[in-house]
Design a protein around this ligand. Structure first.
Ligand code: AMP
Ligand code: ZN
Length: 469
């Protein structure tokens, strides 16, 4: 079965065929850095991480861009209230975001463009000029420039809206998507005293870009006119992604996105977790209760991305138990690999884990298969019937699975100081292409009970079974 995804645009599960296989371009709407991202945001990013890791496990080469929205109504308001520059205001939230990515083991995107970088502001101005030249945009009395949705017949297709029901609201200045009126939307917002020092010169006067054009400009600047996959949470569908289509296609005349993937919300008491409702948890709120990043990762990962997920502490406990089960299984297998036990009871490899994910990232079926493997191999272990070869086989299989799930215990264990020191020295030796030193350090680590493997992501260090740190 080929890889298939549910595409919001067509409302169909479609076979995934990228424009230039094996390359896949992905654009994901990143955080608005006006406060620390909450774990609802991270549900979206974890789903996107799973998507990328699964595609990579299937041999695709993913190029992913995630933007940082560092200029909009909320960031400007925050900076004004804190009486600091926009840059100063957003900086700590950007930093916290990258720390959280690390804790949750999210792969970093290849690029993290920020809306305020001059090359993207220039691109936004260029796109708005093109839209004006095509009569798809107009400058209103308030000096702001708006997109004329009546001139773009496909407007409403992504969200499946009837254009006749949309009331124009060209004078609305806010770009907070939950408040934005349906209708013409701002491409360029004329400077207002509330904007303070924030602003750029443009053919339409001093002002700043609207939120939607930021993503169109960064996506097309970095990934070209056509993007394979564009993702976000369902709240992004309208108006944000609808507007992105109108702006991008209005400029390029080409189909902007081949597959639109949207994740359902993380809920609290059956309401969307959001900053505006104040019902949110940040990552430190969760780790402060004693849970690890990988436990939260697992809790947010284990439910299919299109199914709303209610966040509860019971759910966190369940995640902890599931991971403990995996850890214990791995430990048991590792112990057997060092034994002389013979058997030929390798359960024939089936590709069920990956095949489940091929089916629109069906994580429940994938995890169902993983736990079935655990049940069967544990039974064989209980009966002393699992040989060293089988154990090694299943550990190798797990390693592949874990490259997609990224929930392994070892990667989260802090290395003892002296081991970390040797590991760092080895990284430096390899960077300096000093292979002799690198091999010596590997032997040194091995003598202390730590195995080193060099992978595409750098060296991986694992504690040999039975050796205590
Ligand atoms: P924002 O910083 O609000 O622009 O949101 C960043 C990303 O998080 C977007 O893709 C949103 O769709 C997504 N998002 C926001 N709230 C939630 C939630 N409660 N559950 C899942 N995704 C969310
Ligand atoms: Zn966006």
């Amino acid at each position: 079965m080929p890889t298939r995804f549910f595409d919001t645009y067509t409302r169909e599960v479609r076979e995934f065929v990228p424009l230039n296989p094996p390359n896949v371009s992905i654009y994901t709407c990143g955080p608005t850095v006006y406060s620390r991202a909450h774990i609802g945001n991270f549900r979206a990013y974890i789903f996107e991480d799973l998507l990328q890791r699964h595609l990579e496990s299937r041999g695709y080469r993913v190029h992913r861009v995630m933007n940082l929205t560092d200029v909009d109504d909320k960031t400007i308001r925050g900076a004004r209230e804190a009486n600091v520059s926009l840059e100063e205001y957003t900086k700590p939230f950007k930093k916290a975001f990258f720390e959280d990515l690390e804790t949750l083991r999210l792969k970093r995107a290849d690029e993290f463009p920020a809306a305020t970088e001059s090359r993207y502001i220039a691109r936004m101005i260029e796109m708005i000029s093109q839209l004006r030249a095509r009569d798809l945009a107009y400058q209103a009395e308030d000096k702001s420039v708006y997109f004329r949705i009546k001139k773009f017949p496909n407007y409403g297709k992504l969200a499946h809206l009837n254009l006749d029901e949309l009331r124009p609201s060209g004078r609305v200045r806010t770009d907070e998507y939950e408040k934005e009126n349906i209708g013409d939307f701002a491409l360029w917002k004329a400077w207002d005293k509330e904007d303070g020092e924030v602003g750029w010169d443009s053919p339409w006067g001093h002002g700043r870009p609207g939120w939607h054009i930021e993503c169109s400009a960064m996506a097309t600047a970095l990934l070209g006119d056509e993007v394979d996959i564009h993702c976000g949470g369902v709240d992004n569908i309208f108006p944000h992604h609808e507007a992105e289509i109108a702006q991008s296609e209005g400029c390029t005349g080409k189909k902007f996105v081949r597959y639109w993937l949207h994740c359902a919300h993380l809920l609290v008491d059956n309401q969307k977790m959001s900053k505006s409702l104040g019902n949110f948890y940040t990552l430190p709120d969760v780790t402060g209760k004693g849970y690890s990043g990988r436990e939260l990762r697992y809790a947010l990962l284990r439910v299919h991305y299109r199914v709303p997920l209610n966040f509860t502490w019971t759910g966190m406990e369940e995640a902890r138990q599931a991971l403990a089960r995996i850890d214990e299984w791995r430990q048991r297998l590792a112990e057997v690999t060092g034994s002389q036990r013979q058997s030929n009871n390798i359960i024939q490899p089936r590709d069920d884990f990956s095949r489940a994910l091929d089916d629109d990232l069906n994580i429940s079926a994938a995890l169902g298969y993983l736990f079935e493997v655990i049940r069967q191999t544990n039974r064989a272990l209980d009966a002393d019937e699992l040989g060293a070869d089988s154990a090694r086989f299943w550990l190798d299989w797990w390693e592949k699975v874990n490259r997609v799930l990224a929930v392994d215990e070892v990667t989260s264990v802090a290395l003892p100081k002296e081991i970390e020191l040797l590991a760092n020295q080895r990284t430096e030796a390899r960077l300096a292409k000093n292979w002799r030193a690198s091999d010596q350090l590997r032997d040194e680590l091995s003598a202390r009970g730590w195995d080193v493997r060099d992978t595409k992501e750098g060296q991986k260090i694992t504690r040999r079974a039975g050796i205590q740190p």
